[in-house]
Ligand binder design. Structure first.
Ligand SMILES: C[S@@+](CC[C@H](N)C(=O)[O-])C[C@H]1O[C@@H](n2cnc3c(N)ncnc32)[C@H](O)[C@@H]1O
Ligand SMILES: Nc1nc2[nH]cc(C(=O)O)c2c(=O)[nH]1
Ligand code: SF4
Ligand SMILES: [Mg+2]
Length: 209
């Protein structure tokens, strides 16, 4: 039989919390906006260039009651970004319901690889080749943010853009370790294909979390 904590995690009433921090959203449409980040542990998508591999193993992050997560978040910001790890590993329904009941704006950073749960004001979908997004999240995404590690990722980006809604905003973001090589190619690509915009990890240039 599963222990009590595991049952609460399965219901989304507790979540393996890796870290929470108040910072500036560095990427995508809301870049430059102050936001409180909640980083939930657990991901088995396995991107070799992932910049938070410490998040992958959920077992090393303490199961935390969502009441406590929300209570903390309220002190800092009205804009709450849920990221990970892969937040959709877990049921995001209870956490986002509670945040919405307190008048918060809920944003998610997701690969979309698992069932879309939760109530979201903004969905940033960053699809990965190894585990493609679900049909539902393509429909709901407000922005598509494709990471460019090599030239094949431009082809992948077009394939992904064909599946999102018409008003979804399209971004190409250089993989951090390849930024010197790929950024000029992204600039050229966006000028040739202006339905795309450039997204940079501006928090890394600013030296903030
Ligand atoms: C760490 S992920 C967590 C959320 C979710 N698992 C996802 O991949 O969307 C947060 C964002 O950072 C991006 N990212 C991760 N590692 C990166 C890297 N080395 N360079 C650029 N972007 C990266 C992801 O694609 C995603 O958009
Ligand atoms: N400042 C800042 N902006 C971000 N946007 C997405 C992030 C993420 O790791 O999900 C992130 C992050 O880790 N820091
Ligand atoms: S899906 Fe997100 S958290 Fe998971 S490995 Fe890829 S970038 Fe990292
Ligand atoms: Mg990050």
């Amino acid at each position: 039989m599963k222990n009590e904590v595991q049952k609460l995690v399965d219901k989304g009433l507790m979540l393996p919390l890796m870290e929470e921090f108040y910072t500036i959203q560095g990427e995508g449409f809301h870049k430059g906006t102050a936001a409180y980040f909640i980083r939930v542990g657990g991901c088995d998508v396995g991107c070799h260039w992932c910049d938070v591999k410490e998040s992958w193993n959920a077992a090393i992050h303490p199961p935390t009651a969502i009441e406590n997560i929300v209570e903390n978040a309220l002190k800092y910001s009205k804009t709450i970004v849920i990221t990970g790890g892969e937040p959709l590993t877990w049921d995001m329904g209870p956490l986002t319901t509670m945040l919405k009941s307190k008048g918060m704006q809920t944003h998610i950073e997701t690969s979309g690889a698992y069932e879309l749960t939760g109530i979201w004001d903004w969905i940033c979908l960053s699809p990965k080749k190894m585990k493609l997004p679900t049909a539902e999240v393509y429909k709901e995404a407000n922005e598509l943010k494709v990471i460019i590690f090599n030239k094949d990722d431009f082809r992948f980006a077009e394939e992904q853009a064909a599946q999102v809604s018409e008003n979804c905003i399209l971004y190409l973001q250089p993989e951090w370790s390849k930024r010197e090589k790929m950024s000029p190619l992204i600039v050229e690509y966006v000028m040739q294909n202006p339905k795309w915009k450039v997204s940079l990890q501006t928090h890394k240039y600013l030296n903030i979390p």
